[in-house]
Design a protein around this ligand. Structure first.
Ligand SMILES: C[S@@+](CC[C@H](N)C(=O)[O-])C[C@H]1O[C@@H](n2cnc3c(N)ncnc32)[C@H](O)[C@@H]1O
Length: 454
C-alpha cells in the first residue's frame, strides 16, 4: 500500500499516545504518523517532514484542541530550547509514558509477554535537578552570547537567561560568564567559518556539598586575561575549581584535556553518605538526588549479605561499587576513562573503604583478566552507556555466568536487546525491573534490571 501522505502536506491529526523518544502518535486510516510536539489527546495541525513505507514523520504547527494532560510550560525559553521536550506535559503523564516505553521495549525487543516490571520511581524534583550543564557560545549582533542549542538545530544557539533544569547558582554563573565575554570583547567561535574563540562552558555542581567547578572551552591560543577570569568566577564563593580546555578540532566536544587555571583540580559531591571527587571529564550521574535512589535500587537487587565478590563494570568514579562495599566481601571496578578511574581510586581512600579495587580498561577486553585476578563474581553490576553491552562484553559476561546480574540502563531498547541475548544464549531470566525517572521533561528513562540464572 502506498503511503497516504506526502512530504510537506498539512494534516489534521488526533494524537493517541507518545512514542518512545517523545513524538506524538497519530493515525490516518491506520497509517502511523509520528508528530513532534503532539501530546496524547491533542488534535493538531501538522506538516509532514518525512514519508516512509510504514509511517511518516510530521511537525506540529498548531494545536487545535489541547489534550487533557497539556499544561503551561514554566520556562520562557520553551519550546524553542532543545534542553526540554515535555514541559507542557503534566508530570504524571510523563512518568506514565516512560514506564510504558520500558514495558513496550521489554515486550517487543526482549520477547517477554509479561515483564516483571515494578512501578516507575518518579523524580523527587521536577525542576532544578541537574548537577552539570554544558552551554555553547555563539556570536549575536550585539556580542557573544551563551546558551543551549535550539530544538533540532545543531547550528543555532539560543541565549538562556534562566534554565529551569539547573540551580540559581548555575544560572548566575552562566549569565556572569556571558557578561565577562562581552566585557572582555571576546568573539564566540563560529561552527561554519571556524573563526572566533569562545566555544563552550561547562558548570558542574556538588549539589550536596555546595561546590562548583567551571570549565571554559576555547579555540586555540590564550586570548583571555586569566586574572580577570579568576576574579569574575570567584565572585561566587561556591566556585572551587576553574579549568580551561582548548578544542582545536571541528567537533563540538567538551571532554578534552584540561588545564587547571585556579583552585582545586576536582570538586566533591556527596551521595548516600559517601564523598566523591569529581574531575572535569569524570562521569557522574547528572541528577544527584535520583542517583541516590537509583543506587539504592541497584543495592536492593544485588541482595548482598556480606560475603560476596562483586564486579562493578562501567564503574565511572566508583559510585555504585563504593556504595555496595560495606555489604560485600570485595568489589572490583572496571572503567574505560582513566580520569574516572583516578577519581574512583581517590574516592575509595576518601571514604576509607578497603575492600574495593578499580582498573582502567575496556570491559570486553579486560573482563577475562579480572576473573583470573578476582575470582568468580557472585554479583555483577553493569551500567553501560546508551549503546548497551557491546558484543564482546556481553559474551564475556554471559560466559562468566554470575548468579546475579544487576543491569543499570539508560536506554530501554538496548537493555531489552541485551536481556534477550543474555536469556537466549546464556540462560538468564529477567526477574525484576524498575524504571527510574532521572530526567523530567526529557525523553530519557533509566531502568534497573535483575537477571538471574533460571
Ligand atoms: C552510564 S556511565 C556509568 C558510570 C557509573 N556506574 C555511575 O553510575 O556513575 C557509563 C560509564 O562507562 C564507561 N565506559 C564506556 N565504554 C566503556 C567500555 N567499553 N569499557 C569500560 N567502561 C566504559 C564510561 O566512561 C562511563 O563512565
Amino acid at each position: 500500500m502506498a503511503a497516504p501522505v506526502q512530504r510537506d502536506q498539512e494534516l489534521e491529526l488526533t494524537i493517541d499516545s507518545l512514542a518512545f523518544g517523545g513524538n506524538g502518535v497519530g493515525r490516518l486510516d491506520g497509517f502511523v504518523v509520528f508528530a513532534r510536539g503532539g501530546l496524547p489527546g491533542d488534535t493538531v495541525r501538522a506538516r509532514v517532514t518525512k514519508v516512509q513505507r510504514r509511517h511518516a514523520e510530521a511537525r506540529v504547527t498548531d494545536v487545535l484542541v489541547s489534550g487533557p494532560q497539556r499544561v503551561d510550560a514554566p520556562c520562557a525559553h520553551y519550546p524553542a530550547c532543545g534542553g526540554c521536550r515535555f514541559q507542557d506535559l503534566a508530570y504524571d503523564a510523563q512518568v506514565a509514558a516512560k514506564e510504558q516505553w520500558v514495558a513496550d521495549s521489554l515486550q517487543r525487543l526482549a520477547g517477554l509477554t509479561a515483564p516483571p516490571l515494578e512501578p516507575i520511581v518518579p523524580a523527587a524534583s521536577q525542576f532544578g535537578y541537574r548537577n552539570k550543564m554544558e552551554y555553547s557560545f555563539a556570536q549575536h549582533d550585539d556580542g557573544p552570547t551563551l546558551g543551549l542549542h535550539r530544538a533540532g538545530r545543531w547550528d543555532e544557539v539560543l541565549q538562556i537567561d534562566k534554565c529551569w533544569l539547573t540551580t540559581d547558582l548555575g544560572n548566575a554563573i552562566r549569565n556572569r560568564m556571558r557578561e565577562w565575554a562581552r566585557e572582555e570583547k571576546l568573539q564566540a567561535y563560529d561552527q561554519e567559518t571556524h573563526e572566533g574563540y569562545l566555544r563552550h562552558l561547562v558548570v558542574r555542581e556538588g549539589r550536596n556539598t555546595g561546590q562548583a567547578l567551571v570549565q571554559l572551552v576555547t579555540a586555540r591560543g590564550e586570548r583571555f586575561d586569566r586574572e580577570r577570569l579568576i576574579e569574575v568566577l570567584t565572585e561566587f564563593p561556591e566556585v572551587r575549581s576553574i579549568h580551561w580546555s582548548v578544542n582545536s578540532g571541528v567537533a563540538e566536544v567538551t571532554n578534552l584535556p584540561t588545564e587547571l587555571v585556579w583552585g582545586e583540580d576536582a570538586i566533591e559531591e556527596e551521595i548516600g553518605g559517601l564523598r566523591f571527587r569529581v574531575r572535569p571529564n569524570a562521569f557522574l550521574q547528572t541528577n544527584t538526588e535520583m542517583a541516590e535512589q537509583l543506587y539504592g535500587i541497584a543495592r536492593e537487587f544485588a541482595g548482598l549479605q556480606g560475603g560476596e565478590t562483586v564486579y562493578d563494570l562501567y564503574c565511572g568514579i566508583g559510585t555504585i561499587g563504593l556504595s555496595m562495599a560495606a555489604k560485600a566481601l570485595t568489589v572490583w571496578g572496571i572503567e574505560i576513562s582513566e580520569e574516572s578511574v583516578a577519581c574512583a581510586i581517590e574516592n575509595q581512600e576518601l571514604n576509607a573503604i578497603g575492600n574495593t579495587a578499580f582498573f582502567a580498561g575496556n570491559v570486553g577486553e579486560v573482563l577475562s583478566d579480572l576473573r583470573t585476578r578476582a575470582g568468580d563474581p557472585d554479583v555483577v553490576v553493569v551500567d553501560p552507556p546508551r549503546a548497551g553491552l557491546a558484543g564482546k562484553a556481553l559474551k564475556r559476561l554471559g560466559e562468566i555466568g554470575a548468579p546475579r546480574v544487576v543491569y543499570v540502563s539508560c536506554n530501554p531498547t538496548t537493555l531489552a536487546g541485551d536481556v534477550k541475548r543474555l536469556g537466549d544464549v546464556y540462560g538468564y531470566e529477567l526477574t525484576r525491573a524498575r524504571p527510574v525517572d532521572m530526567f523530567p521533561h526529557t525523553p530519557h528513562v533509566e531502568c534497573v534490571a535483575l537477571l538471574e540464572h533460571a
